[in-house]
Write a protein that binds this ligand. Structure first.
Ligand SMILES: [Zn+2]
Length: 705
């Protein structure tokens, strides 16, 4: 995961933020001028929460003046006085928003949350006022229409195209009646998607599986039982055990609970979230959202919502996405069917034969995994102390890209736990600054992400050093035992580090096109490819060492880890792909008219050939990615990027994990280029051909299906 902040078209993406409560205009506000810290990192030691609102207020005022200056410029419009002027406008907002948004995730306070909520509408309205500005659009369009005469090429062309398209896609070209309709639709969609998310939460909170007989806990791991006891105490069921529809509760329950009837009960509640015909029912909301999205797409001149969304992605058109999904689907279904047969055998051997159902799958799959590859996760952890893994990652970056990481202590940080590193090349040339914020805090959101405080760009032909941050929630040290990571956490670290390299090695002219400012279905390539280094047996042998004895991880463990990774991939792939199919089915409709969501879902999946023992990872009524998040027509992105990373890594596999030429090519063609070139072109430049799906099939063990 990564978070994209202060993207060029500035506030365009900043759809949150805004109070204007502060009535004073302090000249000491650190956001009013560029930061005079080393490398221009944010002066966290000076920044206070009271600075945000006045800075955003001043920033909006400032940018409005800048826009006015652009639209009233008597000179003939050209690339410099329109596009470059736009690109360099809004500096105060950008500076402030980068810090404010990042801290709201990594080190928030109730006050900051309040400030953000109040600032949101103002920033959103400010963004609309730019992209619906008729006079401004006229000038941008003039430059676009005269692009050949002006001889606009390369990065300049990409920047012009980015701005022009953003205006078009916001509806700047429409009649005023249609503009109003688009604005109304946007507003309604925002309300619907918030309601969608709220309904899911309400359904989750309205269900409890209360157990009062300890026999019914059979098979459950101790920590899950402890958590269920705590939940019971909180909801006034002392002495009992309560399980909920939160993933951390329901998923392990389905995986471990021996009681089949109870598995069925909680599964049934889980798959019917938002589908209970009550006040929290999402069916009607989905129908309306799908219809409105289609209407907006058609108004803007697209065949469907998917066409509108995908135009900006590497996939470009829905057919490309369908082709990929289909290609994977048949292999995955075949593998899942094999897995189903094995699970059925295991049920039969249990002595109480019944037909495998969806609520049995995780339970019997876990049983099979244990039998086949049992190894204790906790026995792995001593080989992955945080310091060992960090050094392992730095060494890999050194071998691949010649980067040296040196921890420094003179840069301001937003929390004492945050560590800072200077990155140099060839012993002297500065590449960038990396912040590492490893451990959970109550002020930090869950998960892990990479983000940016200062984006790379060029000012007067000089490379501005990027300031990148990785934020995680890793296992903390306990007493004298250092932080020991699970393999999942190690993987996460490599993943986020891959995003960080994309930001750190960026070498482009314009901020809007720098680093991770690339399509969603391309942005996970640099991150996911790094995971291959973490898993590679050769590398594991070099960096995974016992924190007490310094002994290397054994080959037997490595082999078990490898095999266990491929286990159950038929199920995982089918579960994921069927959700992708649903996403595409809804959003390729031109009229968006669906009378019954439940039968639409059923028909779509039946036609695709989904086996009844598996349900999509998300059924429609709780598919938040596409109805409450930003992934509509985009859920396929994860596997799209996975095709790229597996295929790209196959080159390293073939030529050597640290082959200098391959690494240099990956850096030059992918990591340095940001969004300055079409992603497929970049990929082909590195790979010499378009991505091939077979390395992914092999990696997921689907090639033998
Ligand atoms: Zn990611």
């Amino acid at each position: 995961m990564y978070r994209m902040l202060c993207n060029p078209v500035l506030v365009y993406l900043l759809k949150k933020s805004g109070i204007f409560a502060a009535k004073f205009f302090s000249m000491t506000n650190p956001f009013f001028t560029s930061f005079s810290t080393p490398y221009g990192v944010p002066p966290f030691d000076i920044i206070q929460e009271k600075h945000y609102a006045p800075a955003i207020k001043a920033g909006i005022k400032d940018q409005k003046q800048e826009i006015k200056a652009i639209t009233s410029n008597p000179a003939t419009s050209d690339f410099t006085n329109i596009i470059l002027a736009l690109e360099s406008s809004g500096k105060i907002i950008r500076r402030t928003a980068a810090v404010m948004y990042n801290l709201s995730y990594a080190n928030t306070t109730p006050l900051l949350q309040k400030i953000m909520q109040k600032l949101a509408p103002a920033l959103s309205a400010h963004s609309d006022s730019i992209f619906m500005n008729v006079a401004l659009f006229k000038r941008v369009k003039y430059v676009w229409d005269h692009r050949s005469q002006f001889g606009i090429k390369g990065e300049d062309f990409r920047l012009l195209e980015l701005y022009y398209k953003n205006f078009i896609r916001s509806g700047a070209n429409l009649s005023s009646a249609d503009k109003k309709r688009v604005a109304d639709i946007n507003q309604r969609l925002t309300i619907l998607s918030l309601q969608f998310g709220k309904n899911i939460l309400d359904t989750i909170n309205s269900f409890q599986l209360i157990i009062d007989d300890s026999n019914d806990l059979s098979g459950l791991p101790d920590d899950l039982v402890v958590a269920a006891t705590e939940t019971a105490n909180i909801c006034g069921h002392e002495g009992k055990w309560v399980f909920t529809l939160q993933n951390a509760s329901v998923m392990p329950f389905l995986q471990y609970a021996e009681n089949r009837k109870l598995r069925h009960e909680i599964w049934h509640a889980y798959v019917n979230k938002g589908n209970q015909g009550n006040a929290s029912d999402n069916n009607g909301l989905i129908a309306e959202m799908v219809r409105l999205r289609a209407e907006k797409a058609v108004l803007l001149g697209y065949k469907s919502h998917a066409h509108y969304v995908l135009e900006e992605q590497m996939a470009k058109v829905p057919d490309q996405v369908s082709a990929l999904l289909q290609q994977l689907w048949s292999q995955a279904i075949a593998m899942a069917q094999k897995e189903a047969d094995t699970l059925q055998q295991s049920i039969n051997q249990d002595g109480q034969p019944f037909k495998l159902e969806a609520w049995d799958w995780r339970y019997y799959a876990e049983k099979g995994r244990k039998q086949k590859y049992d190894f204790d996760e906790t026995a792995l952890k001593p080989y992955f102390s945080l310091e060992t893994v960090q050094q392992g990652i730095f060494d890999i970056a050194q071998k691949l890209y010649g980067l040296t990481f040196v921890e420094v202590h003179h840069l301001p940080v937003y929390h004492p736990e945050v560590r800072t590193f200077e990155i140099t090349e060839k012993g002297f040339k500065k590449t960038g600054i990396l912040y590492l914020d490893y451990f959970p805090r109550s002020s930090k959101q869950g998960g892990a992400w990479m983000t940016t405080f200062v984006e790379q760009q060029k000012e007067k032909n000089k490379r501005v050093l990027p300031v990148i941050s990785i934020v995680c929630n890793f296992t903390k040290q306990v007493g004298s035992t250092p932080s020991l990571l699970t393999f999942d956490e190690v993987n996460t670290f490599f993943h986020e580090f891959g995003h960080a390299l994309h930001g750190l090695l960026s070498n482009v002219r314009y901020l809007s096109l720098s680093g991770t400012n690339v399509p969603t279905d391309f942005v996970e390539l640099p991150s996911q490819i790094m995971e291959n280094w973490c898993e590679d047996p050769e590398l594991l042998r070099s960096y995974a060492r016992h924190y007490l004895t310094d002994e290397k991880i054994s080959d037997a463990i490595i082999e078990k880890m490898d095999k266990s990774r491929k286990y159950g991939q038929g199920f995982a792939t089918v579960e994921y792909l069927s959700a992708c199919l649903l996403d595409m089915a809804y959003h390729t409709l031109s009229d968006g008219n669906i009378t019954n969501i439940q039968s639409f879902e059923e028909d779509t999946l039946r036609k695709a050939g989904l086996i009844p023992e598996i349900i999509p990872r998300y059924r429609s009524t709780y598919f938040s990615h596409i109805f409450a998040g930003g992934y509509s027509s985009g859920y396929y992105s994860y596997i799209w990027s996975e095709v790229l990373d597996a295929d790209a890594f196959s080159v390293f596999k073939k030529k050597g994990l640290f082959d200098a030429e391959t690494a240099a090519s990956f850096r030059k063609n992918i990591l340095e280029k940001g969004g300055t070139v079409d992603p497929m072109k970049l990929y082909v430049r590195f790979r010499g051909q378009k991505p091939d799906i077979s390395p992914l099939l092999k990696k997921r063990g689907l090639d033998s299906a």
